[in-house]
Design a protein around this ligand. Sequence first.
Ligand SMILES: O=c1ccn([C@@H]2O[C@H](COP(=O)(O)O)[C@@H](O)[C@H]2O)c(=O)[nH]1
Length: 238
Amino acid sequence: MKNSLIVALDFANKQEVHQFLEPFGNEQLFVKVGMELFYQEGPSIVYELKEKNHQVFLDLKLHDIPNTVGSAMRGLAKLGVDLVNVHAAGGKDMMMAALEGLEVGTPAGFVRPKCIAVTQLTSTSEEQMNREQLINVSLEQSVLHYASLANSAGLDGVVCSSHEASIIREQVGADFLTVTPGIRLASDEVQDQKRVATPEFARGAGVSAIVVGRSITRAEDSVQSYHQYKQAWEGVLK
Ligand SMILES: O=c1ccn([C@@H]2O[C@H](COP(=O)(O)O)[C@@H](O)[C@H]2O)c(=O)[nH]1
């Protein structure tokens, strides 16, 4: 999980996924299945990806009452995914229920999927958070608060932007995962993201895993773009 580059498979159906993955040949990727794809294809797309030995982050961002989230997680644990998530705004009881559901649902002999909580979406700015959510602290404080709450619920980490990763590592712990979308090369379009960073910045901040979507999946040459991101992400290690 640590040092991974996760590719967001934000596609409308399986056929588009196959078309995207075909040029990668036998290369094993860490991929993210989000709402767009899962709501169309359901568990079968996860089984297919796992069959091809890809690691899978099932990004459904669960946010409901504890009983509902716990029961849903019990089912998701059976899919054999590596990583799932919830919204930290659902509260500590909900996050604890999510974890318990995963523990109960994971088949004997299998590893429980890691569970992380979304803090503030990377498409949210501080001004927007203050105005729309009526959270009148800095964005960093809000993210750190949610990270501490997720940690106290026993979760494995959070989704945040690369800009909050180092303070989370310092204050919550170095083993607590920070998974960061909003990753762009300096030359890329930012699109709807607000808190963006380059792969090099993410690595310098001690991020555990970066998530890259459209810059790779919509590139003219996706394999080349993937390797460009991977090199930028891993290059700083050398
Ligand atoms: O705070 C969040 C949480 C999840 N995401 C997801 O990550 C990818 C990012 O895709 P890009 O095309 O690289 O912007 C996408 O699937 C989001 O649903 C996020 O961006 N921010």
